[in-house]
Design a protein around this ligand. Structure first.
Ligand code: NDP
Ligand code: 2IT
Length: 444
């Protein structure tokens, strides 16, 4: 049995019932085999065993009182996975599906993603099974305050800096920050994605979606291609999906479909993003309303049908495992040329295999959606320097970072003899920096 196989087998044995964590670890470790062969010191120093074990896992009770006066209890998590190259950094997810397996897969991915940005940030992730959907602002505030009343002791601007993810946007970050500041009496960059009036960065809201489009554009440019005239489908209709749509439209693409967790809309004339923004950002409503408001569009209950819509570009921007093998086959049969992952791990292992065998361009999440956390790191830099950069400056830095990531993963894929395999390229390029730092630190 090889070193990689042994580490993976032990991981599965020692972390039973964590399918998402197993999936992410399998994808990462299997692609690292050629690196590990080239560097026998990794095995000698137990590097992979340490890499897949979080430095610290925090789990806690989050009690709060709902609008009816009833006591509610949720589970809270923060996984501080790896701090070799910088303070733990990664989002908080509030969604009823959240469990330890999901937070660990997200944390593991985050280590390599953050490394790929080229900025000094380690990997972490957290969240809760709390569902903000249908809750009043007061309930969300009560929950966030209780969550932070435990979390504050574990985080800090140079220790661990959380941000948003599914179910955590500007409103939640505001309530979390308010409580942190109240307890610690410190106005510091302990969270990113903050509002512009209290230390946030311009372009952080747009960053993940814009970054996704920038890296895809760079992959297109390398092939003499562009977004102009492309038909695009985007899953999700949250933060990442909305700003991916906005940037792709500005480059001349036509977005014909989007979804939320209830169903999808198809608009052959091209999605009107102002309507989506009004439904999702202003009213916190359901995407179904789009079909009632825009003539010629159609709503279909259920999400899966989205992947059967013919397109040139697919941008999954909702959640893990939203593209299975069958959906991947449909996309390929219908002529998709680029799949770039805005969500974390949206493609199953089987779906990734379909994409790679078909020869289409597949940009994996940890490279393609790194623009969000990269801009979070730019927010941290502005906080430390007590500075506030203009939108154009942050946006330019974001674009440069995404273009760099594309070339780094492309070069790594070539160097190791797997040209165009960006899953390998991203995992290898991300891992080497973390591994070097871990070796330098000794056995810790
Ligand atoms: P939001 O909460 O803003 O939006 C999530 C969107 O995905 C909503 O449209 C939601 O629909 C949909 N969705 C969530 N769960 C499911 C599901 N099980 N089935 C179908 N649709 C679902 O989150 P973000 O846009 O911030 O995050 C989307 C993805 O991008 C996540 O995978 C996240 O980890 C990833 N990501 C986010 C970054 C960021 O900066 N925000 C950075 C990098 C990655 P509904 O409203 O019905 O729940
Ligand atoms: O998955 C991700 O990279 C995020 N949710 C963003 C994390 C961050 O710290 O900005």
């Amino acid at each position: 049995m090889t070193y990689v196989e042994r580490v993976l087998e032990n991981l599965k044995k020692n972390n039973p019932n964590e399918p998402e964590f197993h999936q992410a670890a399998t994808e990462i470790l299997t692609t690292l085999a050629p690196v590990v062969e080239k560097h026998p010191e990794y095995e000698a120093w137990g590097l992979l065993e340490r890499f897949v074990e979080p430095e610290r896992v925090i789990m806690f009770r989050v009690p709060w009182v709902d609008d009816k006066g009833k006591v509610q209890v949720n589970k809270g998590y923060r996984v501080q996975f790896n701090s070799a190259i910088g303070p733990y950094k990664g989002g908080l997810r509030f969604h009823p599906s959240v469990n330890l397996s999901i937070i660990k897969f997200l944390g593991l991915e985050q280590i390599l993603k953050n490394s790929l940005t080229g900025l000094p940030i380690g990997g972490g992730k957290g969240g809760s099974d709390f569902d903000p959907k249908g809750k009043s602002n007061r309930e969300v505030m009560a929950f966030c305050q209780s969550f932070m009343t435990e979390l504050y002791r574990h985080i800090g601007a140079d220790t661990d800096v959380p941000a948003g993810d599914i179910g955590v946007g500007g409103r939640e970050i505001g309530y979390l920050f308010g409580q942190y500041k109240r307890i610690r009496d410190e106005h510091v960059g302990v969270l990113t994605g903050r509002g512009l009036s209290y230390g946030g960065s311009l372009a952080r809201t747009e960053a993940t979606g814009y970054g996704l489009v920038y890296i895809t554009e760079e992959a297109m440019k390398a092939r003499g291609d562009s977004f102009k005239g492309k038909t695009v489908i985007i899953s999700g209709s949250g933060n990442v999906a909305i700003y991916a749509c906005q940037k792709a439209q500005s480059l001349g693409a036509k977005i014909v479909a989007m979804y939320d967790s209830n169903g999808y809309i198809y608009d052959p004339n091209g999605i009107q993003l102002d309507v989506i923004k009004d439904i999702k950002e202003v009213k916190r409503g359901r995407i179904k309303e789009y079909a009632q408001r825009v003539k010629g569009s159609k709503y279909t209950e259920g999400c899966k049908g989205l992947w059967s819509i013919p397109c040139d570009v697919a941008l999954p921007c909702a959640t893990q495992n939203e593209i299975d093998e069958q959906s991947a086959k449909l996309l390929v049969e219908n002529g998709v040329k680029y799949v770039a992952e805005g969500a974390n791990m949206p493609s199953t292992l089987e779906a990734i295999e379909v994409f790679q065998k078909s020869g289409i361009v597949f940009l994996p999440a940890k490279a393609a959606n790194a623009g969000g956390v990269a801009t979070s790191a730019l927010e941290m830099a502005q906080s430390s320097g007590r500075l506030f950069w203009p939108f154009e400056e942050v946006d330019k830095k974001l674009k440069d970072i995404m273009v760099n990531i594309y070339h780094n993963i492309d070069n790594a894929s070539k160097e190791y003899g797997y040209e165009g395999n960006y899953v390998m390229g991203a995992n290898i390029a991300g891992f080497i920096k973390v591994a070097d730092a871990m070796l330098a630190h000794g056995i810790v």
